[in-house]
Ligand binder design. Sequence first.
Ligand SMILES: [Zn+2]
Length: 358
Amino acid sequence: MIVDEEAAKVVKLIFEKYLEGYGTMQIADYLSKQKIPIPSDYNKKKRGTKSISYGLWQQSTVRFILSNEIYTGTVIQGKRKKISFKSKKFINLPEEDWIRVENMHEAIINKEDFERAKKIINNTKGSRIVQNNYLFKGLLRCYDCKGYIGIRSPDKNGNIYGRCQRYGRFGKFNVCSPHNFNYQVFEKQMLEVLRKICKQYTNKKRLEEIAKQTTAKQAKEFNLKNQIETFKQEIEKQTRKLEIMYDDRLQGIITLDEYLKNANRIKEAVKIYEQNIKELEKEISEKSNKKINENRLDNLIEEFLSMKKPTKEIIREFIEKIEIHSDKQVDIYFNFKPLQDLNNNFICARKSYEKKVG
Ligand SMILES: [Zn+2]
């Protein structure tokens, strides 16, 4: 293997910048600005295929280069093996089983630098996973510009802050304002508020159930179905009348004029009955839909209250979005109307959040 001088220069530059403390994104942007061809373009050019425009560098390409041991002169074999002698499928093997042959070719990067870069990559990998686990990530919005609230990596004291992303990128052009807040305090308070609202919901529900022990509600639904039945019978009666009239007309018992007048009247009446039935059926189906929705909410609340540490998924089922004001006031938008109604009465919860955060 012969070292390609041009490619080697780029690889060296990437390692150099990374060890100086630049992030993979910054390096990718730097390379793009310098109009350095991305590896696939570069290979195309070498193979003689013309590539008209050079692509932009991706963070993942930079990361791939930084973690490729080949630049230290080591060749790795046996990263994967065939499942069986006959099979064409491969499986990935664990790193400790790889076969490393050192000093196979001239090194571009010395082993020490490579190990240092590897350490930094592994560290940032860890923090990325934690970041993705923030319970309310993706639900937070800026009240003023309606953009996303970004959650930043922990600072040196371990504090995590949320901030309007639009302000973060374009604040220097006077767009929006910081909307800065301590995410950890926010999360704790928000879970307390959610629990309070859920408990209030179950209490209210219990009281309602005691109150409606009378069968008034059931009676009403029975009434709706009864009414539909009466209308259906009425339609049948009118249709039969029309048939008799038609016979009478055929036998000359009534005049054509009389027949048309009565037939039209009957057809009008049937139309009105049919319309009434449609409306009642709609009312019944709306009621049963509401019931299904309520059952879903009941189950969700039961699950949430039983969890010590709620999951992101369950939070997402409850909440559509959360808007943060510049004075740190918080507006919760629930996916369920009963919770939204309770939330509006829940001024004390919002106040306690303001007190602790503001
Ligand atoms: Zn904003």
